[in-house]
Write a protein that binds this ligand. Structure first.
Ligand code: ZN
Length: 300
């Protein structure tokens, strides 16, 4: 690993930024955390760190979304329509690429985490996988043939429509769709429905039934779409509630109803797994994005 190039990674989160200088998980030179405040203050703080680290071979940026990943667009490198105050239409990647003048990769935090889990974590060596985060929002990094499933922009599987539990008409909390997946099963949805945060809910609380049912349908959709070889599930709601894994596995299996006859999918305990890198998946994902930019020769 000492032969691997030194990469700078920036994971942009809604509350904090992780800056990391590393060759991989076993060769981390330095990490710096910066609180996410105003765009100008935050980006200036990131630039100061990168300036101090100068000499790295590439830069990877894994960001909360939605973001523009289309390099032919004038909006490339921007955070686009986020409701986060002052951050909509903020240039991140072009600005940092200009400053550092190294090949720069830019994608969503969940795609970064998926690539890191595929490289060093719970899906190591697999070219087809999904990484699902269930926390403040629901996001999915779906990787097929080693590449994220991108079109005009990145996918947004957290907002798919799901069938409701029979008789359940709770309206959900997504400002766009109400009872889409994120509107039903994200941390804020659970808190709104149950009156307290997911981590404080007993495993018997009936709110979990709808959450597991909705997440099971996301897994159903992922199996039928990208046919990943493994699905890694992380984020605050999954990590804090071990009882949820058996429930979402069972919900997926019940929803698929035997239609997909693949041994890998049938063995749900090894098919739906927690992250191998824990909370390191995010910053290490930025490292993989930097590596890919370096080897892919992407223009900075
Ligand atoms: Zn939605």
């Amino acid at each position: 690993m000492t032969d691997a190039p030194l990469i700078a990674g920036v994971e942009l989160g809604g509350t904090k930024i992780n800056c990391i200088l590393a060759r991989g998980p076993d060769a981390i030179a330095e990490e710096v955390q910066i609180p996410t405040t105003s765009p100008e203050q935050t980006l200036a703080a990131i630039e100061a760190v990168l300036e101090r680290w100068r000499g790295f071979a590439a830069l990877g940026i894994a960001s909360f979304g939605p973001i523009s990943i289309d390099r032919s667009s004038e909006h490339y490198g921007h955070i686009t329509a986020t409701p986060k105050p002052d951050w909509a239409n903020t240039d991140v990647a072009r600005r940092l690429a200009r400053q550092t003048a190294v090949p720069t990769g830019f994608h969503t935090d969940v795609v970064g985490a998926a690539l890191a889990e595929a490289r060093w974590g719970a899906a190591a060596g697999l070219a087809d996988l999904a990484y699902v985060t269930v926390g403040t929002g629901i996001g999915v990094g779906l990787i097929a043939g080693g590449k994220p499933l991108d079109g005009l922009t990145h996918s947004e599987l957290g907002h798919i429509r799901v069938a409701r539990v029979a008789g359940d008409a709770w309206p959900g909390v997504c400002p766009f769709h109400g009872d889409c997946l994120e509107g039903l099963a994200s941390g804020p949805a659970i808190a709104a429905r149950a009156g307290k945060p997911a981590q404080m809910l007993s495993s018997e609380d009936p709110a979990w039934d709808g959450v597991a049912h909705a997440l099971g349908q996301l897994l159903h959709t992922l199996v039928l779409t990208g046919v990943p070889r493994r699905i890694v599930m992380g984020g605050g709601v999954m990590v804090g509630t071990a009882h949820l894994f058996p429930r979402v596995r069972a919900a997926m299996t019940a929803s698929l109803a035997g239609y997909v006859s693949l041994d890998e999918v049938a063995q749900a305990d090894t098919y739906i797994v927690p992250p191998g890198l824990g909370d390191r998946a995010g910053p290490l994902g930025a490292i993989v994005l930097g590596e890919q930019a370096l080897h892919g020769g992407s223009p900075s």
